[in-house]
Design a protein around this ligand. Structure first.
Ligand SMILES: [Zn+2]
Length: 339
């Protein structure tokens, strides 16, 4: 009897300790360097993982290896939710190589790809469908991912956006004379976008969403409210100021490559956001000048493509009250308070 009691108390003790550890765990976000593509990994306080996009297809399976390295750093061995923002090569190309290496649970996308006359897009879509099999989910804006302790909402999908604002939508004075190209028939315009909240902390990732859909999110009222941390859409190019100013991010991360994205016009839009405190960048754009680039201290990779592939990593406190951004190359980090 005494032994049984001792065992029961032992189990209770272990449960209490593990619950406490869970409560105090932070959330991590990794912007993995896939050389101008995208692969953004989130590991939640309860250990669930969400990866949007898997980088390029390369013979050496470079991007899948880099994703696995980030997973090892985060202490996870499988991806619970894989999201593809859209079916361009730089976002879906690395999936088959990744799926060979690690188990992937559920797959989310916007639909069947609208540039199917494009050979590489059709291949990306075919490979995706073959990998996802019966675990494929087609989303619409407003759908949620069932994460523990995190509110995760898709805000854009297949050219559509939320029907209702997430927080009391306010009319947006920058909408009236806004001009932008109409790009409804391009793959980028179909991108999935999501916002996630942990406590008061909010992170926004809009994939490669085009200016006309950014406009729909912002006008006539801003449907997204304000955010803390922002992955700048489309590798830092083609940004609608009426959205980028309205969401009032504190910190922006540009996931560009040495020769892709990170252009001066986008950098000017982000720099001009009154709320912005800091811009971090995955790569130095090698044809962009200093004035339109993040500081070297806050840039993860300074040289040519196929370099060391350093990431940028965010650590969000378990209660969402603050977050730290760290440069994987030099260890430089800065902490910010959630709004
Ligand atoms: Zn892209």
């Amino acid at each position: 009897m005494k032994l049984k009691l001792a065992v029961a108390f032992g189990i209770l003790f272990l449960l209490t300790v593990s619950c406490d550890t869970q409560k105090t765990r932070s959330m991590n976000i990794y912007w993995i360097d896939v050389e101008g593509g995208t692969a953004t990994l989130i590991v939640t306080p309860s250990g669930q993982s969400v990866l949007m996009d898997a980088g390029w297809p390369t013979e050496e399976e470079r991007d899948a290896k880099r994703i696995v390295a980030a997973m090892e750093n985060a202490g996870i061995t499988e991806i619970d939710y894989f999201l593809v923002s859209h079916f361009h090569d730089d976002h879906i190309g690395g999936l088959p190589a990744l799926a060979k290496r690690v188990p992937i649970g559920q797959f989310y996308d916007y639909g069947n790809g609208i540039e199917q006359n494009n050979e590489s897009i059709q291949k990306g879509l075919d490979d995706y469908i073959a990998t996802a099999k019966e675990n494929r989910h087609i989303t619409v804006a407003g759908d949620k991912l069932p994460l523990t302790g995190i509110d995760f909402t898709f805000v854009a999908s297949h050219g559509g956006v939320l029907n209702q604002g997430l927080a009391n939508p306010e009319s947006n004075t920058r909408c009236d004379n806004a001009t932008f190209p109409s790009e409804f028939n391009l793959e980028n315009s179909q991108s999935l976008g999501y916002i996630l909240s942990l406590g008061e902390f909010q992170f926004l990732n809009l994939g490669d969403l085009t200016e006309n859909i950014q406009h729909k999110l912002a006008c006539p009222t801003n449907l997204l409210g304000i955010v803390d941390l922002y992955q700048v859409p489309h590798h830092g190019d083609d940004l609608a100021p009426q959205l980028n100013i309205a969401i009032a991010p504190t910190v922006a991360v540009i996931n560009n490559g040495a020769h892709k994205g990170g252009g001066p016009e986008g950098f000017e839009v982000i720099s001009a956001i009154p709320s912005i405190k800091e811009i971090w960048q995955l790569h130095r754009g090698l044809t962009t000048d200093d004035a339109h680039s993040a500081s070297a201290q806050k840039t993860a990779n300074l040289t040519e493509e196929n370099d060391a592939g350093h990431w940028i990593k965010a650590t969000v406190s378990a209660d969402g009250s603050s977050y730290t951004i760290e440069n994987g190359r030099n260890g430089h980090s800065e902490q910010y308070l959630t709004k």
